[in-house]
Design a protein around this ligand. Structure first.
Ligand SMILES: NC(=O)c1ccc[n+]([C@@H]2O[C@H](COP(=O)([O-])OP(=O)(O)OC[C@H]3O[C@@H](n4cnc5c(N)ncnc54)[C@H](OP(=O)(O)O)[C@@H]3O)[C@@H](O)[C@H]2O)c1
Length: 422
């Protein structure tokens, strides 16, 4: 039986989950994999703090060297969170020849080049399945199972908190603020929800997904990002009446050598598999030229689902004869400056002859054709009514151009939401 020394960087939600899962599965791992993992040291900020796992006090340390410089530790598991010092510690571990397993999308996406270079130089392993969609094995699928494909697009619901908020807004007609407050009370949203609701978390994950899908580094600052804070129940309601469900989507596409990567609220048709992904669940919908379309679905967060991916990576790291790095070109990717999709537009327009024609002609002048127009509800005191338009697929730039002209005196713009997957 091989004994492998491992060390943790961090022991909060995820670290404690991994510790418990390793204890629970020791026998299974020994029997099936022929390896025993010995946790030697665990780095934390405060060694006196109570933990959600029964960890011997002597294992805890607040000195990073105890993990990074212990020659008996062959594999370092990182779940501290944040870019620094996590990224520097991972680089130090890799440079010392220790394999690294991480759940940290922020550090990995922000410092991809440095971290991968350290792994390449020393030949140590770098494993990060848990950094995107927790238990869902989407990175392994992109790296291994779909190798024969030219991936055309990856579309995902990759942030559980925002999916929970939008699912409840959709079901209950509740406001964003009310559902967020509830999610915070239930521990499903952080006290400071910015990383989730403004789309940062999803942007880090999309940077990693797109990099692996298209074999080119897609830095996180190339990911367009828009959060859900401005989503209004009326838009969700109007979308439903058109057979559309609102999601925070992460979309990455490759066409003619250009990559588009964007995180923003988007409608998907009710019949699309992503529409049925509710609450805190995650899913990634992949389109490959040979495999066609497929969807990966499951729990994207939580201690045990995340620990499931981490322990699986740990076993891979322990059993690999040679650690493979993803086939990703070092050349900077070429980012698409415009993209095409359908758009849902809500505006307040005077309910009188000629207004609709004026709106439509502005769109036509920019080459945007309209698929559906619906007038909704009663007129307001100024005699205006809600006008909902669904464009055909059109360039984002053209739609914005038309809308800026419409906003100058033709109608008052309410919201513009992209539509994917129709
Ligand atoms: N939570 C999830 O569901 C989930 C899912 C997928 C991926 N992840 C990723 O997993 C990572 C960890 O998340 P988490 O929820 O477990 O976070 P957490 O509960 O806040 O735990 C962070 C741990 O790191 C330690 N730590 C932080 N900064 C440190 C420093 N400078 N020096 C020493 N120790 C330090 C903390 O020590 P103390 O305990 O002493 O404060 C704590 O044990 C993050 O990268 C996150 O994005 C989380």
């Amino acid at each position: 039986m091989a004994h492998i020394g491992i060390g943790f960087l961090g022991c909060g939600n995820i670290g404690c989950g991994v510790y418990r899962l390793l204890e629970e599965q020791t026998h299974h791992i020994e029997q099936n994999e022929g390896v025993r993992f010995d946790v030697r040291r665990i780095l934390v900020r405060d060694t006196r703090r109570a933990r959600a796992a029964q960890i011997p006090q002597a294992m805890l340390t607040d000195r990073p060297e105890d993990v990074l410089c212990d020659p008996e530790i062959r594999i370092v598991l990182e779940f501290m969170g944040g870019e620094e010092p996590a990224a520097s510690y991972m680089i130090r571990a890799l440079s010392a020849g220790k394999s690294v397993v991480t759940a940290n999308k922020m550090a990995l996406a922000s410092r991809w080049t440095d971290i991968v270079a350290a792994a390449r130089q020393s030949g140590a392993g770098l494993y990060y399945e848990a950094s995107v969609c927790g238990a869902v094995p989407i990175l392994r699928a992109l790296n291994h199972s779909l190798q024969a494909n030219r991936v055309e697009s990856v579309t995902g619901i990759i942030n559980g908190t925002t999916n929970y908020i939008l699912s409840r807004m959709s079901r209950e007609g509740a406001s964003y603020g009310d559902v967020l407050a509830d999610a915070q009370r239930m521990g499903l949203a952080e006290p400071d929800p910015t990383a989730d609701v403004e789309g940062y978390d999803a942007a880090y994950k999309l940077s990693i997904l797109a990099t692996l899908a298209f074999h080119q580094h897609v830095p996180v600052d190339c990911v367009y990002r828009e959060g859900i804070t401005h989503v209004e129940p009326i838009d969700i309601q109007c979308g439903r009446e058109l057979g559309l469900t609102l999601k925070l989507l992460a979309v990455a596409k490759e066409k003619d050598g250009k990559i588009e990567a964007r995180v923003h609220p988007a409608f998907v048709p009710d019949r699309h598999p992503l529409a049925s992904v509710s609450d805190a669940f995650n899913a990634v919908y992949v389109r490959g030229h040979a495999c066609g379309e497929m969807m990966f679905y499951g729990r994207g967060a939580g201690d045990m689902p995340t620990a499931s991916a981490i322990v699986s990576d740990l076993i891979c790291a322990a059993s690999a004869d040679r650690h493979a790095l993803p086939a990703v070109s070092d050349e900077p990717c070429s980012v698409a400056e415009d993209w095409r999709c359908q758009h849902f537009v809500r505006m307040l327009a005077s309910d009188e002859p000629g207004v609709l024609a004026a709106v439509c002609s502005r769109f036509a002048e920019h080459g945007v054709s309209i698929e559906t127009v619906v007038q909704k509800g009663e007129r307001d005191r100024q005699g205006r009514a809600q006008l909902i338009l669904l464009t055909h697929e059109a360039s984002e730039r053209a739609v914005r151009g038309a809308l800026s002209e419409i906003g100058r005196g033709v109608a008052e713009l309410g919201s513009v939401i992209r539509v994917e997957g129709r």
